[in-house]
Design a protein around this ligand. Structure first.
Ligand code: URP
Ligand code: ZN
Ligand code: ZN
Length: 464
């Protein structure tokens, strides 16, 4: 099967030129002007950007959490991702406390196999790591799981203490892998939560008011310090505020190997979304919570100047009616997380490129290339080059859509609300190609459950 994409404006993290792209089977095989080749199918991309498929390095499909399970599984979640122009996700497998991480990996392989419609990899969430288990980390890396996530939040659930953090970090450093950190002081936060509940403060907004930005900044500072001593690069996930960003910037300025992502929710939504007398604010109960609006300009600055490398979604949807309601009388019981995997590319293009904050190359870097490099997928993923996987999006930079649960062009996620309801965006993924196969065209799904491959990722490639 061959595919010719003609007349497009090819944009990668570094290039911007008009050319034709010839794809044979799963791979880009030729790029040039007015290519003289026969193809099984030709796509005319005149007036469109031709960009690498999005790489979302932070999703939670089919994840048990907060007494329920995230509403998108690998079939619905990856399909929605593809509609939005994302062709690779890196999801989080979980080690059950006291059990082998390899068992956790097996469970997540079972969840994804035969379901994922686009390619996927796994990080491993480490929940305990005694000395006699450290060997498993090298085995995971051999299996293509070359990054781990550890939590300073959620005591009694996913939380690990600093000793565990250090042990696992030291081993990850020896093995050449990367540690992802959920950086928040969960022990102190739980005390603040107890006080709030004792005072009868049970509404969703107290989720945000009990998680001060200082406690995120403290977690960022502490995890970076421990990583520096352990000798491992660290990647701060879902960074939400200026306070935490300052710690990343300070550490990078002193030469620490620190990388960080933020997410669309922290760039486009803010604390005012909790201002509801009813339970509506539960839709935005995620961790870290939405912050005061002024933080957003600091995050955009961090993205523009390179202190933040990537924009992921932390897609972890729970239905408002059936799942968020678990915390109707107590905000601490609301399942934490929100939807977004489908809307990331349009939101970032609109807010970044159309908004004059990012170049179009930076847009590609933040939504695809950087994550691909950091997580051992480059140059197979994250760029358009001869020999790369043909994960390509034909992106209309002029088309506008209003994101809504009721707009069939913007919502395919298996959740009963859209966090960006009513937001008008300019820039839409129109044709989405995954390893040479058109999986989305004219808002119709042409992919198949099981069409996505598990990606064995390489070791951490160093700063770039
Ligand atoms: O609220 C969130 N972020 N839920 C998903 C789990 C996590 O902490 O990433
Ligand atoms: Zn987290
Ligand atoms: Zn997450």
């Amino acid at each position: 099967m061959s595919l010719l994409i003609r007349n497009g404006r090819v944009v990668t993290a570094v290039d911007d030129y008009h050319a034709d792209i010839f794809v044979e089977d799963e791979t880009v095989s030729l790029i040039g002007l007015d290519l003289d080749v026969e193809a099984d199918r030709t796509i005319d991309a005149a007036g469109r950007l031709v960009i690498p498929g999005g790489v979302d390095p932070h999703t939670h499909m089919d994840m048990p959490f907060g007494g329920t399970t995230s509403a998108d599984d690998f079939e619905t979640g990856t399909r929605a991702a593809a509609f939005g122009g994302t062709t690779t996700i890196v999801d989080f497998a979980i080690q059950t406390k006291g059990h082998s991480t390899l068992e956790g990996l097996e469970t997540w392989h079972e969840k994804a196999a035969g379901k994922a419609g686009i390619d996927y990899g796994f990080h491993m969430i480490v929940t305990d790591m005694e000395d006699d288990r450290l060997w498993e980390m090298r085995r995971l890396a051999d299996e293509g799981v070359t990054s781990y996530k550890m939590f300073m939040a959620y005591p009694g659930v996913l939380y690990v203490d600093d000793g565990t953090l250090f042990r696992a970090m030291r081993k990850a450093g020896e093995d050449g892998t990367l540690v992802c950190m959920h950086a928040e002081n969960g022990i102190v936060i739980d005390e603040i939560v107890k006080i709030a509940l004792a005072e009868g403060k049970t509404a969703p907004k107290y989720h945000a008011l009990t998680r001060p930005t200082r406690m995120e900044a403290e977690g960022v500072h502490r995890s970076i310090a421990i990583a520096e001593v352990a000798g491992v690069p660290v990647y701060i996930v879902h960074l939400s505020c200026a306070d935490a960003l300052e710690q990343v910037t300070l550490a990078r300025d002193r030469g620490a190997q620190v990388f960080a992502e933020t997410c669309p929710q922290y760039l486009f939504l803010d604390l005012s979304h909790y201002d509801h007398d009813d339970f509506e604010g539960a839709k935005y109960v995620m961790t870290p919570p939405l912050r005061e609006k002024w933080n957003q300009e600091h995050l955009w600055r961090g993205l523009g100047f390179g202190d933040l490398q990537s924009i992921s979604t932390d897609h972890c949807p729970f239905c408002f009616k059936d799942q968020k309601v678990l915390g109707v009388d107590d905000f601490s019981k609301i399942p934490n997380g929100g939807p977004g995997v489908e809307n990331r590319m349009s939101l970032v293009y609109n807010g970044g490129v159309v908004g004059g904050r990012l170049s179009v190359n930076k847009f590609v870097e933040l939504t695809s290339t950087a994550a691909s490099k950091l997580f051992g997928l480059f140059p197979k993923k994250g760029t358009i080059a001869v020999g790369s996987d043909a994960d390509i999006v034909v992106f209309n930079p002029d088309r506008r859509e209003t994101i809504s649960i009721d707009n069939p062009h913007t919502h395919h996620m298996n959740v009963d609300y859209n966090a960006y309801e009513g937001t008008e965006v300019q820039g839409v993924s129109e044709i989405v190609i995954s390893r040479g196969r058109v999986v989305v065209e004219d808002n119709v799904w042409h992919g198949r459950a099981g069409g996505g491959n598990f990606l064995k990722r390489g070791l951490f490639g160093g700063p770039f």
